[in-house]
Design a protein around this ligand. Structure first.
Ligand code: MN
Length: 169
């Protein structure tokens, strides 16, 4: 999966592609879920505070929407960035199992569960060790940048009796 992400990253800065066709067929591959004409991108390529994630934008500004529907796949044992921001996430789990921290609680998640992340709420997704965790995530196109924990916030999260053992900073 990571090899695909590396190969496709070059396309990120290419000239915009022609409008996607109205129907783009789903392909379940060994390397993960894919759709025709949807580039596979590395999640936040510059970061070091996440592990083994790919992102595919399924719908968004190219379809004249004010929201984006993305598909993320977290590799086995991987996790997303721990962050908070003003914009909200609406998530539908599609494959795999794992856990998600939303605020001061950690929840088990499995296919077809829904997760809502309210504004300014710390959140982090983690895949179980034995399979990737794949989910759809709906966000506004016009959104603020995520905030990562500063030193004091990281210490408070580590000390939390509810999420201290879960967080990966
Ligand atoms: Mn987020």
């Amino acid at each position: 999966m990571r090899m695909h992400a590396e190969a496709d990253r070059e396309h990120d800065t290419a000239t915009p592609a022609a409008p996607a066709p109205p129907v783009r067929k789903f392909r379940a591959e060994d390397a993960g879920y894919r759709w025709d004409a949807v580039p596979l991108k590395a999640y936040k390529p510059a970061g070091t505070h996440f592990q083994d994630i790919t992102r595919q934008t399924l719908f968004g500004e190219a379809e004249e929407l004010s929201s984006e529907l993305r598909y993320f796949e977290v590799g086995p044992g991987g996790h997303s960035t721990l962050e908070r921001h003003e914009h909200v996430h609406a998530v539908l789990i599609l494959q795999g199992r794992g856990r998600v921290m939303v605020g001061e609680a950690v929840h088990a998640i499995e296919p077809f569960d829904l997760v809502h992340v309210p504004p300014q709420t710390w959140h982090q997704f983690r895949a179980d060790a034995d399979a990737p965790l794949g989910f759809l995530c709906l966000v506004a196109c016009d959104r603020d940048r995520p905030h990562r924990p500063d030193a004091d916030e990281a210490e408070a999260l580590r000390r939390s009796p509810h999420v201290g053992d879960f967080v990966r900073l």
